[in-house]
Design a protein around this ligand. Structure first.
Ligand code: MG
Length: 298
């Protein structure tokens, strides 16, 4: 094995179906990646509370990135050397890149006069409103609402007014990202910065153990909030969305799927790992090829 492959993936609309949140079609490939020690690292707008449930369903013991890059959580024993500048939380090391949720709620409250009736925060929507907006169950909505570093906002006004709203928030120091259903208001963080930070942890650990080992990164996403992550990865997979246009991105090594959700996920990840015609990095992923060929062909 000449390089460690890291798969960073968005969840909603990418690994998880936009409507059902299921990922059955990806289960065989996920199991194969686990067998071959390829970490599949969730990078999501979801919360730590949601991920604690989903990691069980995904059978994942890998690190994960929550709230659009606001924080990286790594199982305490995952790296031989504890990552620097992290706090310990409930058996994880946590690197934080945003101010806490209350700070962003205060900032949003300051916009309520100028944009009265045009937006609703997650907090204002409450569990019932989140259920209605997302199709999540009450329990899933409760988990989604246990945010630590950001606030999702449902925009009800025009696109033109939305631009002004976003500009006001940005001028006040917020990062505002368009997710599948919500605007996400958070600190100076994004999925790409979090990916790079975690990538550095893998690099420093592997290089301390053996000379010149590289990591190859594959990022998978379907939305605008994935662009920063897709841009910094070696390989970018854009999953076709059933509900919105693909994000605008320039990348030297990009694959756009025909299929949506988990089927698209398998299509895109397999293309980089197992397809016969790859534009770059072939030597780095050769070791997976044989194992994946049967899966891809099957
Ligand atoms: Mg998505």
């Amino acid at each position: 094995m000449r390089a460690k492959i890291l798969v960073f993936t968005d969840l909603d609309g990418s690994l998880l179906d936009h409507y059902t949140y299921r990922f059955d079609q990806a289960k065989p490939l996920l199991a194969l990646l686990k067998q071959t020690h390829v970490p599949v690292i969730p990078v999501t707008s979801k919360t730590r509370a949601e991920l604690s449930v989903l990691r069980g369903e995904l059978d994942s013991d890998e690190p994960f990135i929550v709230e659009n890059g606001a924080a990286v959580f790594m199982p305490a024993e995952y790296f031989d050397v504890p990552p620097s500048e992290c706090i310990e939380v409930d058996g994880f090391y946590c690197a934080q890149f945003s101010k806490p949720r209350d700070y962003w709620l205060d900032l949003l409250a300051q916009q309520s006069d100028e944009f009265e009736g045009e937006f609703e925060t997650f907090t204002a929507l409450g569990v019932d409103g989140i259920c209605a907006s997302t199709g999540l169950s009450a329990e899933a909505a409760r988990l989604a609402n246990t945010r630590e570093f950001s606030e999702p906002v449902k925009w009800r006004g025009s696109e033109q007014r939305k631009s002004l709203f976003v500009a006001r928030l940005r001028a006040a120091g917020a990062t505002v990202l368009q997710g599948g259903r919500f605007l996400h208001v958070t600190g100076a963080c994004n999925k790409g910065k979090a990916l790079q930070w975690l990538y550095q942890q893998y690099q420093s650990v592997t290089s301390s153990l053996m000379e010149e080992r590289r990591c190859l990164t594959i990022a998978v996403g379907d939305g605008e909030n994935d662009v920063d992550m897709l841009q910094v990865a070696n390989c970018a997979v854009i999953i076709r969305s059933p509900v919105h246009e693909p994000p605008v991105i320039e990348h030297n090594n990009i694959y756009r799927t025909q299929q949506t959700g988990p089927e698209g996920w398998v299509e895109g990840v397999s293309w980089f790992l197992g397809a016969s015609e790859r534009p770059i990095e072939m030597n780095l992923i050769e070791y997976l090829r044989k194992k994946l060929r049967s899966h891809v062909n099957g």
